[in-house]
Design a protein around this ligand. Structure first.
Ligand code: SF4
Ligand code: SF4
Length: 445
């Protein structure tokens, strides 16, 4: 297999139940091998701060080679990786089936799993990745109000920074006074005589995600309005827990397994009934489409679920091809600075969101295909906040230069980060709206 081959990259299953996976000496051996290839290549230097950290360690070592870097410093590279996956899919010519077999993100994830297993993960990271626990506690009528006000209080944020290491300048998402699943639990539309298009399932089940459920239910409500408008049969899953991506990023693979097994029976039922399973958060979709099938490679049910998982805009565009999507847009949207999140880019489905938004009259979309540098929780941590803003700077600039009416990203967390970056760089306050909410606005629903 030669460098630059046109063959599609393959991903090996993650053998995390194997004892060797957690063997630190074997892990260091593999790190040294891969670091040496990366040192000779250096293509990924501009993607994030993990690669510059590695290359600085090499360049400042006595030998100026990987063998001169102290093993304990390898962890600095692992910590700087937030598993966006871009080095695997957008840059690396040495991914399998190339014989060098470089899978940098999964190697970093293995490091995080070893750290977690050895009890070296921070309490903060365990709390922040417990999204259901946080949401079930905080997304309540009075509590959410208190939390949202407190999160904007300077004295509290200084204290939180010092004690819990959540950066004092990071804009945090508000908690909702109600949950999406609580409010819309009866949202169900059954079409008596369902149309069965050739290329796409005619019925949808919504995996609501922790973010939509606890932080921005409006995105889910807007999606339900769009499905209703287009007369698409839909319902919510009768039970659901976190997809496991935050625990995956922490390296807590046993918790990922517990969550995956809780979601499995319900998702499996809908997948086998031929539903399109849709989530409005690209990271959650990627978890089901890519990471869970690789973590549980022998489980055929997870493979079936992955096949039935759809990005919302690829689903809506497939409806359009079947002449089942209403083009009855009432409102122009103006200029939109649209950011494509990494976890959507690595799904390799093309720019479906942009394609659909551009069908709306009076709408211009400027696409920004670059990592915003936030990740789920990485960019809120005190030690990574500066890196996060540095990685995002080119995105902030590009977003602002278009003079947009809206900043939008399929990842609602990324769009908040971009709005903060634009405000800090140029003192402009630009409204953010999720692409699904933009579409609802265009329909005037
Ligand atoms: S997965 Fe993303 S953050 Fe991690 S090393 Fe690759 S590009 Fe950097
Ligand atoms: S991950 Fe691949 S492309 Fe990136 S620096 Fe390493 S070898 Fe080069």
């Amino acid at each position: 297999m030669r460098e630059g081959s046109l063959e599609a990259p393959t991903r090996h299953p993650v053998n995390w139940k194997d004892k060797a996976f957690y063997d630190e000496s074997l892990f260091f051996k593999e790190l040294e091998r891969v670091f040496d290839i990366c040192h000779g290549c250096r293509r990924c230097v501009s993607l994030c701060t993990a690669f510059p950290t590695l290359f600085d360690l090499v360049d400042e070592s006595s030998t100026m080679e990987v063998d001169g870097v102290e093993k304990k410093d390898y962890w600095k590279v692992v910590d700087k990786c937030y598993l966006c996956d871009m080095c695997y899919l957008s840059k690396c010519p040495y991914v399998p089936p190339h014989e060098w077999n470089v899978d940098f993100p999964h190697l970093m994830m293995r490091g995080k799993a070893i750290k977690f297993k050895n009890g070296k993960s921070k309490l903060r990271d365990k709390v922040l990745s417990s999204t259901d626990l946080m949401g079930n506690t905080l997304a309540k009528p009075v509590i959410s109000k208190v939390v949202n006000i407190t999160n904007k209080n300077k004295i509290f944020r200084n204290l939180l920074d010092k004690t819990f290491k959540v950066h004092k300048h990071r804009d945090l998402p508000d908690y909702s006074a109600y949950t999406f699943r609580g409010k819309t639990k009866n949202a169900k539309k059954t079409i008596v005589d369902p149309v069965s298009p050739l290329t796409v399932p005619s019925k949808v089940v919504l995996f609501s995600t922790c973010y939509v459920n606890y932080n921005e239910p409006i995105i889910g409500e807007d999606f339900l309005k769009i499905l209703n408008k287009n007369n698409i049969q839909h319902e919510l899953l009768n039970s659901e827990v976190c997809c496991g991506m935050p625990k995956f990023e922490l390296g807590d693979l046993e918790s990922v397994e517990k969550l995956a097994m809780k979601n499995l029976p319900t998702l499996s039922k809908y997948a086998n009934d031929g539903y399109a399973i849709i989530s409005l958060v690209p990271s959650c979709t990627l978890m089901f489409k890519q990471e869970i099938p690789l973590l549980f490679a022998d489980n055929q049910e997870f493979k079936k679920i992955a096949q039935q998982f759809y990005d919302p805009f690829s689903y809506l565009l497939a409806l359009k091809k079947e002449s089942l999507l209403s083009m009855d847009f009432k409102n122009d949207l103006g200029n939109i600075s649209y950011h494509v999140p990494c976890h959507l880019r690595v799904q390799n489905i093309g720019l479906k969101t942009k394609e659909l938004l551009e069908l709306i009259p009076g709408t211009k979309v400027k696409t920004i295909e670059r990592c915003s540098g936030h990740d789920g929780t990485w960019g809120i941590k005190t030690e990574f906040f500066k890196d996060s803003m540095k990685i995002g700077k080119p995105v902030f600039k590009a977003a602002e230069q278009f003079n947009p009416d809206y900043i939008s990203s399929d990842c609602a967390i990324a769009s908040r980060h971009i709005v903060q970056g634009v405000r800090e760089n140029s003192k402009k306050e630009i409204e953010k709206l999720h692409p699904i909410s933009l579409m609802r606005l265009a329909y005037n629903l």
